[in-house]
Ligand binder design. Structure first.
Ligand code: ARG
Length: 466
């Protein structure tokens, strides 16, 4: 069996084939190919600029790396298990293309700083794509909110009817969550965007390199100050997985609401055929598979966060092979999050029809205007706690009689308290109940319009910037 070329003469025997497969990461880290090529191009240019190799050699290395990129695009670059990982695969191909010059690329570098560099470049790009996906979902929510600026929906606490609210207000709450998610990614990106390159295996290098040169070429904001920290830091991966988990939490909460709303018990939305599936057995069924899958996919994303934390926690400085395990966790986190964001955007864009009549009936048929009766008495000078007690008694009486507050006559109201007059009926109407919530951030129509205006300009602005 052929000995791996990349290893030194210290090795006399090849790997056991099962161990070779066990050790290899090429099956998944081929995902980092573009970033590996970018990092190597930057490294070659720097070696040339610093006089470690000639400028001619540097440009030959760069041309060789670019032909590997072209081979990959055409499908001609096909690494094998014996290549072990993407870094060796590229280096071997480079040597077979260029001969001895190819052997100069790895000067002053180790796979340890190389893999850290690749992963950061990869994650930085994926975070930009995720930002666009989050933005798309925010826009889809905003469009639904604008369509429903005067639609009412029961608001819940403890999943018990609490007070009616504007449907737009409810949807905008998710736009807010997603905005925090975007900001968290921006913050995480500041720590992703630091170059470990030039830290070599762990201790730095005696080769006269220029770390700022490669950092600048690759668009890193800074370089790690400590080489040990540089090659053994995976905090950024954990931070990303944590931020991604929170996005999934938000998607899952929205998904859960859609699932509830589409049940016969709520019937607040109808799922359109574009986003619902049927049952293999029960012909009447239309299932909310999309939100259910999003909710279900939280498990793997939270799992990756836990996996990364556990993988790192016992590792002595500096690089350990355990780190190879970070890749699949990050790859799957990004893929799952992206797919979930896209699916939720489509669900918002074309998967839901709110049942306006059913929503209107829902807010008419309960005691969610009881607080407003108490507030009515407060406005007439009764202390809140006393008003609260009075209204509690009224609600009990109505429940016993099987009626709603609006079914009480004016005489009934005046017997309860002479402060009630005819205008109490207007106060009980759901539209009026919602309109009266005029405090900042409340569901009053004017306040909701303020929010709609804010998000319309905010989301247009950020779109222009990206
Ligand atoms: N495939 C390895 C990884 O993903 C690359 C770095 C290997 N470094 C080493 N010293 N074995 O972490």
């Amino acid at each position: 069996m052929a000995l791996p070329e990349a290893w030194s003469d210290r090795f006399e025997q090849g790997l056991n084939p099962a161990i070779e497969r066990f050790n290899a990461s090429i099956g998944f880290d081929i995902n980092l190919l573009q970033e590996d090529l970018d990092g190597s191009v930057a490294h070659a240019r720097m070696l040339g600029a610093c006089g470690v190799i000639t400028l001619k050699e540097a440009s030959e290395l760069e041309a060789g790396l670019e032909s590997i990129r072209a081979e990959a695009a055409s499908g001609a670059f096909r690494p094998v298990i014996a290549d072990e990982d993407v870094h060796f695969a590229v280096e071997r191909r480079l040597i077979s293309l260029l001969g001895p010059i190819g052997k100069k690329l790895h000067t002053g570098r180790s796979r340890n700083d190389q893999v850290g560099c690749d992963l950061r470049l990869w994650l930085r790009r994926r975070m930009d794509e995720l930002d666009l996906e989050i933005h798309r979902l925010q826009i889809s929510l905003l469009i639904q909110a604008e369509n429903h600026h005067d639609t009412l929906i029961p608001g819940y606490t403890h999943l018990q009817r609490a007070q009616p609210i504007c449907l737009a207000h409810h949807l905008i709450a998710y736009i807010e969550m997603l905005e925090r998610d975007k900001k968290r990614f921006v913050d995480v990106k500041r720590r992703v965007n630091i170059s470990p390159l030039g830290s070599a295996a762990l201790a730095g290098t005696s080769v006269p390199i220029d770390r700022l040169h490669t950092a600048r070429t690759l668009g890193f904001e800074n370089i790690y100050r400590n080489s040990l920290d540089a090659v053994s830091d995976r905090d950024f991966a954990v931070e990303f997985a944590a931020a991604a988990s929170l996005v999934m939490v938000h998607l899952s909460r929205l998904a859960e609401e859609v699932i509830l709303w589409s049940s016969d018990e709520f019937s607040f939305v109808q799922l359109t055929d574009r986003c619902a599936t049927g049952s293999s057995l029960m012909p009447q069924k239309k299932n909310p598979d999309v939100p259910e899958l999003v909710r279900g996919k939280c498990g793997r994303v939270f799992g990756h966060l836990q996996g990364l934390l556990t993988m790192i926690k016992g590792l002595p400085l500096a690089y350990n092979k355990d780190f190879q395990e970070d890749k699949e966790a990050l790859f799957d986190t990004v893929a799952t999050l992206k797919a979930s964001l896209e699916a939720m955007s489509i669900l918002m864009e074309e998967g839901l029809e709110f049942s306006i009549d059913r929503l209107a009936a829902a807010v008419e048929s309960d005691f969610s205007n009881a607080t407003d009766v108490a507030d009515y008495l407060v406005a007439k000078g009764i202390p809140f706690r006393e008003a609260y007690q009075i209204v509690g008694g009224v609600v009990k009486r109505c429940i016993d009689e099987g009626i709603l507050l609006r079914n009480l006559s004016i005489e009934n109201w005046q017997q309860i308290n002479p402060l009630f007059s005819e205008d109490i009926f207007e106060k009980l109407a759901p539209k009026q109940v919602v309109a009266s919530r005029i405090s900042e951030g409340g569901t009053g129509f004017e306040r909701v319009h303020e929010q709609l205006r804010h998000w319309k300009s905010q989301l247009n602005e950020t779109k222009k910037m990206s």
